[in-house]
Design a protein around this ligand. Structure first.
Ligand SMILES: *Cc1c(COP(=O)(O)O)cnc(C)c1O
Length: 409
């Protein structure tokens, strides 16, 4: 850590090959190398273009409703002692989560590159909805590849995508879930890349996607730092966010890297420590290559991506963005976890005591903040509330009722 100057960090990482130390890179079939090279070159040009930057600013303000506020949870904090919890309200970003931050950036990039279509895969449908929204805004065609099993489970998100004008392409081979959808989307991209750009859903995948997504998400941390200082006159002691692939966390953390602030990513511990019961890649994983990049991943006995589970479908990914693996290795960011049960407890308590129903993903970060607040008894914690919980209500009510047993401290 000693030899890293965090004031210059963003210029140094990733390097030109997309490496964050030993992690990252681009492991691609040879046929796709030109397509990724084209995206990389376009991005490196465009991110310095004043026209691109000012257009993105306008979109964020007028379409997305940015900046989103920072909110002080006074009642919840009081219940836990004297430590003060604050939320960066990405649930108030248009479409109800942080994902639109990188999807609008990717859509604008597609437009500047003269592409006609954007394609992606989706699991639970959150990325698909955000991308379909961006496509509608920019007047681009949009193909979303989705496993048939997921299509059946996620009817409301499938309906949203279709209303927004996207084509939902059912993937019918193998287990018919996310993994097959990723393969199908890549195959389609290979076929269509002259007119198309592939848009990834998190800070993962082959270079340059971890870089692009980080840069587009950094608006979250940049706003939050400014807002927090203005509200309190200080910096928070801890900044925390949930980690699936790691996009909302990296966007929140990056602007705080050169500050004396403890940064903590929270992974889903699900039902417990056994393989297949969680998606806590950092706790139980090891280095490997999957989906085109080198990072820490959960592996099965054969060394393939392991089975994962979390109550929050946005967090059940068997790896993590390569920059997170690097930031842990150099000791700058710590990774911890929260179980399903803790996330549900936080879900009901934030709803009941602050009037904010969080996404189950975000509830993992809130659970961690509540745990630390109790331990510390003083200081302040800033949580990235990555999304709102409307999408999770039916499931939560069916399984946990209205949460009466979670309302007491
Ligand atoms: C998708 C999603 C996440 C997880 O993705 P990251 O890339 O790790 O941020 C977290 N919260 C919400 C609300 C999501 O929709």
């Amino acid at each position: 850590m000693d030899n890293i100057d965090f004031k210059r960090y963003l210029k140094q990482y990733p390097d030109k090959d997309g490496r964050f130390g030993r992690y990252g890179g681009a492991y691609l079939p040879p046929e796709l190398i030109p397509a990724f090279k084209e995206i990389n070159e376009a991005y490196l040009t465009i991110c310095h273009s004043s026209q691109f930057i000012s257009e993105l600013r306008r979109i964020r303000k007028e379409f997305q409703g940015r900046p989103t506020p920072v909110y002080h949870c006074e009642r919840l904090s009081r219940k836990l002692g004297n430590c003060q919890i604050y939320l960066k309200r990405e649930d108030l970003n248009h479409t109800g989560a942080h994902k639109l931050n990188h999807c609008m950036g990717e859509g604008l990039l597609a437009k500047f590159m003269g592409k006609k279509k954007i394609i992606a895969e989706t699991g639970a449908g959150q990325h698909g909805v955000a991308l379909a929204t961006a496509a509608a805004f920019f007047g681009l065609e949009c193909d979303i590849y989705m496993g048939e099993v997921d299509i059946a489970k996620q009817a409301p998100n499938v309906a949203r995508m279709k209303v927004l004008g996207a084509k939902v392409v059912p993937v019918t081979h193998g287990l018919k879930t996310l993994k097959e959808a990723v393969d199908a989307a890549f195959t389609a991209y290979l076929r269509e890349y002259k007119d198309t750009i592939y848009c990834i859903g998190s800070a993962v995948g082959p270079h340059p996607f971890p870089l692009i997504v980080r840069d587009f998400q950094a608006v979250v941390g940049t706003e939050a730092k400014e807002q927090f200082k203005e509200m309190t006159g200080f910096l928070p002691d801890i900044v925390t966010a949930c980690v699936g692939g790691g996009s909302n966390a990296i966007g929140m953390f990056v602007p705080f890297l050169d500050e004396p602030v403890e940064l903590v990513g929270v992974e889903p511990l699900g039902r417990g420590e056994k393989m297949g019961d969680n998606a806590a890649s950092m706790s139980y994983g090891s280095e490997g290559v999957m989906h085109g990049f080198d990072s820490i991943m959960l592996k099965d006995a054969a060394g393939e991506p392991g089975p994962v589970y979390s109550i929050a479908s946005g967090l059940d990914y068997p790896s993590v963005g390569p920059e997170h693996a690097f930031l842990r290795e150099i000791g700058r960011v710590k990774y911890d976890s929260a179980t399903d049960e803790e996330a549900i407890d936080a879900f009901f308590k934030l709803s009941r005591y602050e009037g904010i129903i969080p996404a189950l993903e975000s509830a993992h970060a809130v659970a961690y903040a509540m745990r630390r607040a109790k331990e510390m008894g003083q200081g302040s914690i800033l949580v990235n509330l990555s999304g709102r919980g409307d999408k999770d209500l039916d499931y939560v009510i069916e399984k946990y009722g209205f949460g009466d047993k979670y309302k007491e401290f």
